[in-house]
Ligand binder design. Structure first.
Ligand code: FPP
Length: 241
């Protein structure tokens, strides 16, 4: 059964596909990584806008399982950007009450990056002002496949009976098992695709596709999108009460 994550009118959990960094840089005659750096700077502004917008959970798509197909220099540039971002932002995130989590498959990531991710998760684990989840090497299908593997192992170990597997069971094995489902998924840059993001979790989410390129996405626009959501009516497959 789908459940409303909150009784508040605004979205409690917003997920964002941050798209358009490359085009933003290209329009300025600069390399793509310039756009990614500008995009990373926006993240803090949006995280800081969450409490006022009534958003408790923010989940952002930083690197997909498909992004490895980009040039080696873009991939390594993004990986160093993540490392630098974590190192540079850790103190502020901790002090500002942001709890950070990472989702995605860590197996393919460099040990140095994974160590930084683990440290930041631990360092911010007592925070509760905003729950920021960063998806790195994340793909919705990959996440479901990894979850299924763990579930099958529990069946093989006799911890779970196949007859007891229902739609409440699988989410317990997903990377997002401690998070509520997203209420609103935003994608910037004019593409109306979900690109393998939070496939299971977004079954009842609202979508908002914006033309703005991610490095231009401001707190002001974030507030507008969030208040637009509050005016929509969600029925979770039912009828109006
Ligand atoms: C999509 O733009 C963006 C990415 C694949 C990377 C997202 C990364 C960031 C915004 C910065 C890092 C974030 C953190 C949390 C450190 P694109 O390259 O697909 O743009 P395009 O569609 O215009 O080519």
């Amino acid at each position: 059964m789908a459940k409303a994550s909150t009784e508040q009118s605004g979205p409690r959990h917003v997920a964002i596909i941050m798209d358009g960094n490359g085009r933003w840089a290209q329009m300025r005659g600069r390399p793509r990584l310039f756009g990614h750096h500008a995009g990373a700077k926006r993240v803090r502004e949006i995280v800081e806008a969450c409490p006022d917008a009534g958003v408790k959970f923010l989940t952002i798509f930083a690197f997909s399982t498909e992004n490895w197909k980009r040039t080696q220099s873009e991939v390594s540039g993004l990986m160093s950007l993540f490392q630098r971002y974590i190192t540079g932002e850790a103190k502020a995130l901790k002090e500002n009450g942001i709890r950070v989590r990472f989702i995605g498959d860590r197996m393919r990531l460099a040990t140095k990056l994974v160590d930084l991710m683990d440290d930041l998760e631990l360092m911010t684990s007592d925070n509760d002002r905003v729950h920021l989840t960063v998806a790195i090497n994340y793909g919705g299908r990959d996440e479901v496949a990894r979850a299924t593997k763990r579930l099958a192992q529990d069946v093989a170990d006799g911890k779970l009976k196949p007859a007891n597997v229902d739609e409440e069971t699988l989410p317990k094995y997903l990377d997002t098992h401690v998070l509520p489902d997203p209420d609103l998924v935003i994608r910037t840059s004019g593409e109306a695709r979900i690109s393998n993001f939070l496939l299971w979790q977004s079954a009842y989410a609202e979508y908002d596709f914006l033309d703005t390129l991610w490095p231009d996405f401001s707190a002001e626009e974030f507030h507008k999108v969030v208040s637009r959501y509050g005016k929509r009516e969600r029925r979770y497959g039912g009828v109006k009460a």
